[in-house]
Design a protein around this ligand. Structure first.
Ligand code: GDP
Length: 295
């Protein structure tokens, strides 16, 4: 299960803290040292882990906590609040265009789960009463268009494609099509590559500059830990993304990406992928995730 190691280690650290009864500064510092190690082992970014435990220590070493009847509980409560804040605080909303269609551009490296999540989002939006249109813009892999068509069929959502035409032209035509056919949400499945390269980024920038998407959602694989965070940072610097979809949270991801993305990029995780099926998509709730990590 995801976050298992982290949850176990945090729980052990708090158990020791609870066994102490009244706490002094050294007890809190020792517990925070353990928390920091647990975060680093979960592949959380080094600076994020350090800042996090410093913040918790500062809040916990106040007289109110130390003099309370259940100081360990108070420390755990602070950890919970700060974990929630670290992941963005409240739920991030998805943008909505004042005049439809709302354009969502999905980008990410190959294999992250872009096409699957375009389909998942389409299903979620359809279930909310929207009329989404999927757009095939990965013109480089012959199988990519077919894959999106299969996803669209399963989702019961139309797929717009123009073969290997220029991706910017495909997007422009897709938006015209959406207006003509009453699709209020356009989901663009862009090309991915194994690594970030200039050609890919220039293409994504061209699409962005031409169609001004309301959302640029970066799809990253949570299993890749800090690498996912580095990818998010680079994409954000080049494209100014509006949010992240963190995939494969059903695997045994250690949790580093979920905990570091927001702090490193300043951009919220908006959705998480929890399986290969089109239903396996959840809105990301920072508070629920924090509670899950704390067990
Ligand atoms: P793309 O290259 O970014 O478009 O990635 P795909 O959508 O083709 O997904 C790559 C692989 O990851 C496929 O085998 C998907 O079934 C799988 N996948 C995508 N999202 C998830 C997820 O949330 N959980 C799991 N377990 N697998 C996923």
């Amino acid at each position: 299960m995801a976050f298992e190691g982290l949850a176990d280690k945090l729980s052990a650290a708090f158990k020791r803290l609870k066994s102490k009864g009244k706490l002094n500064e050294a007890d809190v510092k020792e517990a925070m040292r353990e928390v920091r190690l647990a975060l680093l082992e979960a592949d959380v970014n080094y600076k994020v882990a350090k800042d996090f435990t410093n913040t918790v220590s500062e809040r916990a070493i106040g007289s109110e906590v130390m003099e309370s009847l259940t100081p360990a509980q108070m420390v755990i409560k602070i950890v919970n609040e700060e974990l929630t804040a670290l992941m963005g605080g409240s739920d991030a909303k998805i943008a909505s265009a004042s005049s439809p269609p709302t354009i969502l551009m999905l980008c990410g490296l190959q294999g992250a789960g872009k096409t699957t999540h375009a389909g998942k989002l389409a299903v979620m939006l359809k279930n909310k009463g929207h009329r989404p249109l999927l757009v095939a813009c990965d013109i480089y892999r012959p199988a990519a268009i077919k894959q999106l068509q299969v996803v669209g069929e399963k989702a019961g959502v139309p797929v717009f494609e123009m073969g290997t035409a220029n991706p910017v032209e495909i997007c422009k035509a897709a938006i015209r099509h959406a207006k003509d056919y009453g699709n209020d949400m356009v989901l663009i499945d862009t090309a991915g590559r194994l690594q970030i390269d200039e050609v890919l980024m220039n293409e994504l920038k061209d699409i962005k500059n031409t169609i001004s998407p309301h959302e640029i959602l970066l799809v990253v694989d949570s299993m890749t830990g800090q690498e996912a965070v580095n990818v998010a940072k680079t994409f954000d610097e080049l494209l100014n993304i509006t949010g992240v979809i963190l995939t494969k949270l059903d695997g045994d991801t250690r949790g580093g990406a979920a905990l570091s993305v927001r702090a490193v990029t300043g951009k919220p995780i908006k959705f998480v992928g929890t399986g290969e099926k089109l239903q396996d998509l959840e809105v990301f709730h920072p508070d629920r995730m924090a509670s899950r990590i704390l067990g």
